[in-house]
Design a protein around this ligand. Sequence first.
Ligand code: COA
Length: 390
Amino acid sequence: MKIGIDKIGFYTPHLYVDMNKLAVARHVEPEKFTIGIGQSQMAVPPLTQDSVTLAANAALEILDEEDRNQIDLVIFGTESGIDHSKSAAVYVHHLLGINPHARSIEMKQACYSTTAAMQLAKGHIALHPEKKALVLASDIARYGLNTGGEATQGAGAVAIVISANPSIMELESESAYFTNDIMDFWRPVYSDTAFVDGKFSNEQYIAFFNQVWGQYKEQTGATLEDFEAICFHLPYTKMGLKALRTVLDETSEAVQERLLNHYQISTTYNRNVGNIYTGSLYLSLLSFLEQAQNLQAGTKIGLYSYGSGAVGEFFAGVLQPNFEQHVQRDKHEKLLANRKELSIAEYEEVFQQTLPTDGSTVELDINQDPAIICLAGVTENKRQYVNKNN
Ligand code: COA
Protein backbone atom coordinates (compact mmCIF):
# COMPACT_ATOMS: atom_id res chain seq x y z
CA MET A 1 0.00 0.00 0.00
CA LYS A 2 1.29 3.45 -0.91
CA ILE A 3 1.31 5.97 1.97
CA GLY A 4 2.46 9.57 1.78
CA ILE A 5 1.66 13.23 1.20
CA ASP A 6 -1.89 13.74 -0.01
CA LYS A 7 -2.04 17.52 0.48
CA ILE A 8 0.40 20.25 1.47
CA GLY A 9 -0.41 23.79 2.64
CA PHE A 10 1.76 26.74 3.62
CA TYR A 11 1.37 30.01 5.47
CA THR A 12 3.73 32.84 6.37
CA PRO A 13 2.92 36.20 8.05
CA HIS A 14 2.06 39.27 5.95
CA LEU A 15 5.15 41.25 7.04
CA TYR A 16 8.79 40.96 5.94
CA VAL A 17 12.10 42.79 5.84
CA ASP A 18 14.49 43.07 2.92
CA MET A 19 17.84 41.48 3.76
CA ASN A 20 19.79 44.14 1.82
CA LYS A 21 18.31 46.79 4.10
CA LEU A 22 18.91 44.73 7.23
CA ALA A 23 22.55 44.35 6.16
CA VAL A 24 22.96 48.12 5.70
CA ALA A 25 21.42 48.75 9.13
CA ARG A 26 23.82 46.21 10.69
CA HIS A 27 26.87 47.64 8.84
CA VAL A 28 27.38 44.39 6.94
CA GLU A 29 27.93 44.00 3.18
CA PRO A 30 24.52 43.04 1.69
CA GLU A 31 26.15 40.18 -0.27
CA LYS A 32 26.97 38.47 3.01
CA PHE A 33 23.26 38.01 3.68
CA THR A 34 22.04 37.54 0.10
CA ILE A 35 24.91 35.34 -1.18
CA GLY A 36 26.99 34.22 1.82
CA ILE A 37 23.91 33.19 3.82
CA GLY A 38 21.55 33.07 0.85
CA GLN A 39 18.52 34.97 2.13
CA SER A 40 16.66 37.75 0.26
CA GLN A 41 13.71 38.46 2.56
CA MET A 42 12.77 37.50 6.11
CA ALA A 43 9.23 36.98 7.38
CA VAL A 44 8.31 38.94 10.51
CA PRO A 45 5.38 37.73 12.62
CA PRO A 46 3.09 40.35 14.16
CA LEU A 47 1.88 39.68 17.71
CA THR A 48 -1.39 38.39 16.22
CA GLN A 49 0.46 35.35 14.78
CA ASP A 50 2.04 32.61 16.87
CA SER A 51 2.96 29.01 16.09
CA VAL A 52 -0.67 27.94 16.59
CA THR A 53 -2.20 30.47 14.19
CA LEU A 54 0.51 29.98 11.56
CA ALA A 55 -0.17 26.23 11.54
CA ALA A 56 -3.93 26.69 11.54
CA ASN A 57 -3.72 29.10 8.59
CA ALA A 58 -1.49 26.66 6.66
CA ALA A 59 -3.94 23.79 7.24
CA LEU A 60 -7.03 25.90 6.55
CA GLU A 61 -6.16 26.19 2.85
CA ILE A 62 -6.03 22.41 2.30
CA LEU A 63 -8.66 20.74 4.49
CA ASP A 64 -12.15 19.88 3.24
CA GLU A 65 -15.08 18.29 5.09
CA GLU A 66 -13.99 14.78 4.17
CA ASP A 67 -10.54 15.42 5.66
CA ARG A 68 -12.10 16.85 8.84
CA ASN A 69 -14.06 13.63 9.27
CA GLN A 70 -11.26 11.23 8.33
CA ILE A 71 -8.36 12.81 10.25
CA ASP A 72 -7.96 10.95 13.54
CA LEU A 73 -4.39 12.01 14.31
CA VAL A 74 -3.06 15.58 14.57
CA ILE A 75 0.68 15.93 15.23
CA PHE A 76 2.19 19.37 15.76
CA GLY A 77 5.96 19.69 15.29
CA THR A 78 7.40 22.85 16.80
CA GLU A 79 10.19 24.32 18.89
CA SER A 80 8.37 27.60 19.49
CA GLY A 81 5.28 26.21 21.16
CA ILE A 82 3.11 28.38 23.42
CA ASP A 83 2.64 26.07 26.40
CA HIS A 84 4.84 23.60 28.28
CA SER A 85 1.84 21.37 28.97
CA LYS A 86 -1.09 21.68 26.57
CA SER A 87 -0.23 20.76 23.00
CA ALA A 88 -0.60 23.26 20.16
CA ALA A 89 -2.32 20.46 18.22
CA VAL A 90 -5.41 20.70 20.44
CA TYR A 91 -5.86 24.40 19.62
CA VAL A 92 -5.53 23.76 15.89
CA HIS A 93 -7.85 20.74 16.10
CA HIS A 94 -10.51 23.08 17.52
CA LEU A 95 -9.83 26.04 15.22
CA LEU A 96 -10.19 23.82 12.14
CA GLY A 97 -13.25 21.89 13.30
CA ILE A 98 -11.65 18.44 13.05
CA ASN A 99 -13.87 15.63 14.34
CA PRO A 100 -13.45 15.00 18.09
CA HIS A 101 -12.46 11.33 17.70
CA ALA A 102 -8.83 12.21 17.08
CA ARG A 103 -5.50 12.00 18.88
CA SER A 104 -3.75 15.39 19.17
CA ILE A 105 -0.15 15.78 20.31
CA GLU A 106 2.87 18.08 20.04
CA MET A 107 6.37 16.79 19.31
CA LYS A 108 9.76 18.34 19.90
CA GLN A 109 13.28 17.68 18.64
CA ALA A 110 14.40 21.03 17.25
CA CYS A 111 13.96 21.19 13.47
CA TYR A 112 13.66 17.40 13.16
CA SER A 113 10.32 16.80 14.94
CA THR A 114 8.15 17.11 11.83
CA THR A 115 10.04 14.27 10.17
CA ALA A 116 9.39 12.08 13.21
CA ALA A 117 5.74 13.17 12.98
CA MET A 118 5.61 12.18 9.30
CA GLN A 119 7.02 8.72 10.07
CA LEU A 120 4.61 8.20 12.99
CA ALA A 121 1.70 9.32 10.84
CA LYS A 122 2.81 6.88 8.14
CA GLY A 123 2.83 4.02 10.67
CA HIS A 124 -0.63 5.06 11.87
CA ILE A 125 -2.03 5.01 8.32
CA ALA A 126 -0.45 1.59 7.69
CA LEU A 127 -2.58 0.29 10.57
CA HIS A 128 -5.68 2.36 9.68
CA PRO A 129 -5.64 2.94 5.90
CA GLU A 130 -9.13 4.45 5.85
CA LYS A 131 -8.00 7.29 8.16
CA LYS A 132 -5.87 10.40 7.56
CA ALA A 133 -3.27 12.19 9.68
CA LEU A 134 -2.60 15.92 9.82
CA VAL A 135 1.04 16.86 10.37
CA LEU A 136 1.73 20.50 11.26
CA ALA A 137 5.17 22.11 11.17
CA SER A 138 5.13 25.61 12.59
CA ASP A 139 7.76 27.89 14.05
CA ILE A 140 8.93 31.39 14.71
CA ALA A 141 12.74 31.53 14.56
CA ARG A 142 14.08 34.21 16.92
CA TYR A 143 17.71 34.87 17.75
CA GLY A 144 17.43 38.52 18.74
CA LEU A 145 18.20 41.94 17.29
CA ASN A 146 21.87 42.55 16.44
CA THR A 147 22.84 38.92 17.10
CA GLY A 148 24.87 36.60 14.84
CA GLY A 149 21.76 34.57 14.08
CA GLU A 150 19.52 37.57 13.30
CA ALA A 151 19.83 37.12 9.53
CA THR A 152 18.57 33.54 9.87
CA GLN A 153 15.24 34.29 11.56
CA GLY A 154 11.83 33.79 9.97
CA ALA A 155 8.29 32.56 10.58
CA GLY A 156 5.85 30.22 8.89
CA ALA A 157 4.14 26.87 8.82
CA VAL A 158 3.59 23.89 6.55
CA ALA A 159 0.59 21.57 6.94
CA ILE A 160 0.58 18.08 5.45
CA VAL A 161 -2.17 15.48 5.13
CA ILE A 162 -0.78 11.93 5.21
CA SER A 163 -3.00 9.23 3.71
CA ALA A 164 -3.07 5.94 1.82
CA ASN A 165 -2.98 6.32 -1.99
CA PRO A 166 -1.62 9.88 -1.68
CA SER A 167 -2.17 12.42 -4.47
CA ILE A 168 1.26 14.09 -4.30
CA MET A 169 4.08 11.88 -3.06
CA GLU A 170 4.55 8.35 -1.79
CA LEU A 171 6.98 8.19 1.14
CA GLU A 172 9.28 5.21 0.77
CA SER A 173 9.85 2.88 3.72
CA GLU A 174 13.66 2.93 3.61
CA SER A 175 15.12 5.54 5.89
CA ALA A 176 18.42 6.17 7.70
CA TYR A 177 18.49 8.07 11.00
CA PHE A 178 21.06 9.01 13.61
CA THR A 179 21.13 10.59 17.09
CA ASN A 180 24.06 12.16 18.97
CA ASP A 181 23.91 14.37 22.09
CA ILE A 182 25.57 17.69 21.11
CA MET A 183 25.07 21.37 21.98
CA ASP A 184 24.95 23.20 18.65
CA PHE A 185 21.64 25.03 19.14
CA TRP A 186 19.25 25.04 22.08
CA ARG A 187 16.70 27.19 23.89
CA PRO A 188 16.42 26.76 27.67
CA VAL A 189 12.85 26.99 29.00
CA TYR A 190 13.49 30.46 30.48
CA SER A 191 14.60 32.05 27.20
CA ASP A 192 12.49 33.29 24.31
CA THR A 193 15.46 33.42 21.96
CA ALA A 194 17.71 30.54 20.90
CA PHE A 195 21.38 30.02 21.72
CA VAL A 196 23.46 28.80 18.82
CA ASP A 197 27.06 27.87 18.13
CA GLY A 198 26.70 28.73 14.46
CA LYS A 199 29.99 27.29 13.17
CA PHE A 200 29.60 24.06 15.16
CA SER A 201 25.99 23.67 14.01
CA ASN A 202 27.15 24.03 10.38
CA GLU A 203 29.78 21.34 10.89
CA GLN A 204 27.39 18.96 12.62
CA TYR A 205 24.64 19.47 10.02
CA ILE A 206 27.10 18.37 7.35
CA ALA A 207 28.55 15.52 9.45
CA PHE A 208 25.03 14.18 10.13
CA PHE A 209 24.20 14.44 6.41
CA ASN A 210 27.29 12.41 5.52
CA GLN A 211 26.42 9.90 8.23
CA VAL A 212 22.78 9.28 7.20
CA TRP A 213 23.44 9.47 3.46
CA GLY A 214 26.21 6.86 3.87
CA GLN A 215 23.91 4.68 5.96
CA TYR A 216 21.06 5.08 3.43
CA LYS A 217 23.31 4.06 0.54
CA GLU A 218 24.42 0.96 2.45
CA GLN A 219 20.82 0.00 3.31
CA THR A 220 19.34 0.59 -0.14
CA GLY A 221 22.18 0.49 -2.70
CA ALA A 222 21.01 3.93 -3.91
CA THR A 223 23.28 6.43 -5.69
CA LEU A 224 22.89 10.17 -6.32
CA GLU A 225 21.80 9.37 -9.88
CA ASP A 226 18.55 7.89 -8.52
CA PHE A 227 17.41 11.33 -7.32
CA GLU A 228 15.99 14.12 -9.43
CA ALA A 229 16.62 16.43 -6.47
CA ILE A 230 17.60 16.37 -2.81
CA CYS A 231 15.70 18.75 -0.54
CA PHE A 232 17.42 19.84 2.65
CA HIS A 233 16.46 21.26 6.00
CA LEU A 234 17.23 24.93 5.34
CA PRO A 235 17.86 27.25 8.31
CA TYR A 236 19.23 29.48 5.52
CA THR A 237 19.61 28.53 1.88
CA LYS A 238 23.42 28.33 1.80
CA MET A 239 23.46 25.59 4.43
CA GLY A 240 22.05 22.74 2.34
CA LEU A 241 24.35 23.66 -0.54
CA LYS A 242 27.38 23.18 1.69
CA ALA A 243 26.19 19.66 2.57
CA LEU A 244 25.29 18.78 -1.03
CA ARG A 245 28.72 19.84 -2.28
CA THR A 246 30.43 17.31 0.03
CA VAL A 247 28.96 14.35 -1.90
CA LEU A 248 28.83 15.63 -5.49
CA ASP A 249 32.10 13.94 -6.48
CA GLU A 250 30.26 10.59 -6.13
CA THR A 251 28.49 11.21 -9.45
CA SER A 252 28.84 12.36 -13.07
CA GLU A 253 28.99 16.01 -14.12
CA ALA A 254 25.51 15.80 -15.66
CA VAL A 255 23.98 14.54 -12.40
CA GLN A 256 25.92 17.14 -10.42
CA GLU A 257 24.51 19.87 -12.64
CA ARG A 258 20.97 18.53 -12.26
CA LEU A 259 21.22 18.32 -8.47
CA LEU A 260 22.71 21.81 -8.20
CA ASN A 261 20.06 23.35 -10.49
CA HIS A 262 17.28 21.61 -8.62
CA TYR A 263 18.80 22.60 -5.30
CA GLN A 264 18.41 26.28 -6.30
CA ILE A 265 14.75 25.72 -7.23
CA SER A 266 14.13 23.95 -3.93
CA THR A 267 15.24 27.05 -2.02
CA THR A 268 12.82 29.49 -3.72
CA TYR A 269 10.31 30.02 -0.90
CA ASN A 270 12.84 29.55 1.94
CA ARG A 271 14.97 32.38 0.50
CA ASN A 272 12.03 34.77 0.95
CA VAL A 273 10.62 33.48 4.23
CA GLY A 274 13.71 32.66 6.27
CA ASN A 275 14.05 29.93 8.82
CA ILE A 276 10.87 28.17 9.87
CA TYR A 277 12.75 25.52 11.87
CA THR A 278 10.60 22.35 11.80
CA GLY A 279 8.91 23.27 8.54
CA SER A 280 12.03 24.31 6.60
CA LEU A 281 12.63 20.96 4.87
CA TYR A 282 8.97 20.74 3.86
CA LEU A 283 8.96 24.35 2.60
CA SER A 284 11.93 23.39 0.46
CA LEU A 285 10.03 20.36 -0.86
CA LEU A 286 7.03 22.60 -1.59
CA SER A 287 9.29 25.08 -3.43
CA PHE A 288 10.57 22.26 -5.61
CA LEU A 289 7.15 20.74 -6.30
CA GLU A 290 5.64 24.12 -7.24
CA GLN A 291 8.57 25.79 -9.00
CA ALA A 292 10.31 22.99 -10.95
CA GLN A 293 9.28 22.52 -14.58
CA ASN A 294 8.15 19.28 -16.22
CA LEU A 295 8.46 16.94 -13.27
CA GLN A 296 7.20 13.46 -14.13
CA ALA A 297 5.30 10.93 -12.03
CA GLY A 298 7.77 8.38 -10.65
CA THR A 299 10.43 11.04 -9.98
CA LYS A 300 12.34 10.33 -6.78
CA ILE A 301 13.23 13.14 -4.37
CA GLY A 302 15.66 12.71 -1.47
CA LEU A 303 14.90 14.45 1.84
CA TYR A 304 17.47 15.37 4.48
CA SER A 305 16.09 16.34 7.87
CA TYR A 306 18.24 17.73 10.70
CA GLY A 307 17.30 18.94 14.17
CA SER A 308 19.99 20.36 16.41
CA GLY A 309 20.84 18.57 19.56
CA ALA A 310 20.87 16.43 17.32
CA VAL A 311 18.93 13.98 15.14
CA GLY A 312 19.31 13.54 11.37
CA GLU A 313 17.41 11.45 8.84
CA PHE A 314 17.59 10.73 5.11
CA PHE A 315 14.59 9.29 3.30
CA ALA A 316 12.88 9.62 -0.07
CA GLY A 317 9.56 10.18 -1.78
CA VAL A 318 8.19 9.34 -5.23
CA LEU A 319 5.93 11.75 -7.16
CA GLN A 320 2.45 10.48 -8.02
CA PRO A 321 0.59 10.91 -11.35
CA ASN A 322 -0.93 14.41 -11.77
CA PHE A 323 0.62 15.59 -8.50
CA GLU A 324 0.87 19.09 -10.01
CA GLN A 325 -2.92 19.40 -9.83
CA HIS A 326 -2.71 19.05 -6.05
CA VAL A 327 -0.22 21.84 -5.29
CA GLN A 328 -1.05 25.57 -5.25
CA ARG A 329 1.75 27.48 -6.95
CA ASP A 330 -0.28 30.61 -7.82
CA LYS A 331 -1.74 30.92 -4.35
CA HIS A 332 1.65 30.65 -2.65
CA GLU A 333 3.32 33.07 -5.05
CA LYS A 334 0.54 35.57 -4.28
CA LEU A 335 0.88 34.99 -0.54
CA LEU A 336 4.53 36.03 -0.78
CA ALA A 337 4.01 38.85 -3.28
CA ASN A 338 1.19 40.47 -1.30
CA ARG A 339 3.19 40.86 1.90
CA LYS A 340 4.02 44.28 3.31
CA GLU A 341 7.63 45.35 3.65
CA LEU A 342 8.68 46.77 7.02
CA SER A 343 11.47 49.27 7.47
CA ILE A 344 14.20 48.10 9.84
CA ALA A 345 12.88 50.45 12.55
CA GLU A 346 9.37 48.99 12.13
CA TYR A 347 10.74 45.43 12.25
CA GLU A 348 12.63 46.20 15.46
CA GLU A 349 9.47 47.62 17.00
CA VAL A 350 7.38 44.57 16.04
CA PHE A 351 10.15 42.25 17.23
CA GLN A 352 10.12 43.80 20.70
CA GLN A 353 6.36 43.62 21.24
CA THR A 354 5.45 40.95 23.76
CA LEU A 355 2.35 39.47 25.35
CA PRO A 356 1.72 39.98 29.08
CA THR A 357 3.11 37.30 31.40
CA ASP A 358 1.39 38.54 34.59
CA GLY A 359 -2.16 37.38 33.88
CA SER A 360 -3.34 40.80 32.71
CA THR A 361 -5.66 41.17 29.74
CA VAL A 362 -4.59 42.41 26.34
CA GLU A 363 -6.70 42.80 23.21
CA LEU A 364 -4.91 42.82 19.86
CA ASP A 365 -6.12 44.54 16.70
CA ILE A 366 -6.68 41.59 14.37
CA ASN A 367 -8.02 43.90 11.64
CA GLN A 368 -4.39 44.83 10.91
CA ASP A 369 -3.66 41.17 10.11
CA PRO A 370 -5.07 39.71 6.86
CA ALA A 371 -4.78 36.13 8.17
CA ILE A 372 -8.06 34.24 8.66
CA ILE A 373 -6.92 32.79 11.98
CA CYS A 374 -5.38 35.21 14.46
CA LEU A 375 -4.47 35.61 18.09
CA ALA A 376 -6.96 38.22 19.35
CA GLY A 377 -5.53 38.65 22.84
CA VAL A 378 -4.80 37.07 26.19
CA THR A 379 -7.13 36.87 29.20
CA GLU A 380 -6.25 35.22 32.54
CA ASN A 381 -3.19 33.60 30.94
CA LYS A 382 -5.33 32.06 28.18
CA ARG A 383 -4.65 32.90 24.54
CA GLN A 384 -7.80 33.94 22.69
CA TYR A 385 -7.86 32.72 19.09
CA VAL A 386 -10.26 33.84 16.37
CA ASN A 387 -11.18 32.15 13.11
CA LYS A 388 -12.61 35.07 11.10
CA ASN A 389 -14.60 32.60 8.95
CA ASN A 390 -16.69 31.46 11.93
N1 COA B 1 29.89 38.40 -0.10
C1 COA B 1 29.62 37.08 -0.20
N2 COA B 1 29.74 36.22 0.84
C2 COA B 1 30.12 36.72 2.03
C3 COA B 1 30.42 38.09 2.21
C4 COA B 1 30.30 38.96 1.07
N3 COA B 1 30.54 40.26 1.15
N4 COA B 1 30.79 38.28 3.49
C5 COA B 1 30.70 37.06 4.11
N5 COA B 1 30.31 36.12 3.22
C6 COA B 1 30.08 34.69 3.46
C7 COA B 1 31.15 34.02 4.30
O1 COA B 1 32.28 33.67 3.51
C8 COA B 1 30.40 32.80 4.80
O2 COA B 1 30.32 31.83 3.79
P1 COA B 1 30.69 30.30 4.12
O3 COA B 1 29.80 29.91 5.24
O4 COA B 1 30.40 29.60 2.85
O5 COA B 1 32.11 30.30 4.51
C9 COA B 1 28.98 33.34 5.01
O6 COA B 1 28.90 34.55 4.24
C10 COA B 1 28.65 33.65 6.44
O7 COA B 1 29.67 34.44 6.95
P2 COA B 1 30.21 34.22 8.44
O8 COA B 1 31.35 35.15 8.67
O9 COA B 1 30.43 32.77 8.69
O10 COA B 1 28.92 34.74 9.21
P3 COA B 1 28.58 34.77 10.73
O11 COA B 1 29.76 34.59 11.60
O12 COA B 1 27.73 36.00 10.89
O13 COA B 1 27.64 33.46 10.93
C11 COA B 1 25.75 32.02 10.69
C12 COA B 1 26.61 33.09 10.04
C13 COA B 1 24.80 31.47 9.65
C14 COA B 1 26.64 30.88 11.21
C15 COA B 1 24.95 32.67 11.83
O14 COA B 1 24.02 33.55 11.26
C16 COA B 1 24.20 31.66 12.69
O15 COA B 1 24.74 31.17 13.66
N6 COA B 1 22.92 31.34 12.33
C17 COA B 1 22.18 30.29 12.96
C18 COA B 1 22.58 28.95 12.40
C19 COA B 1 21.50 27.96 12.58
O16 COA B 1 20.37 28.26 12.31
N7 COA B 1 21.86 26.75 13.06
C20 COA B 1 20.89 25.87 13.65
C21 COA B 1 20.13 25.00 12.88
S1 COA B 1 20.81 23.77 11.90
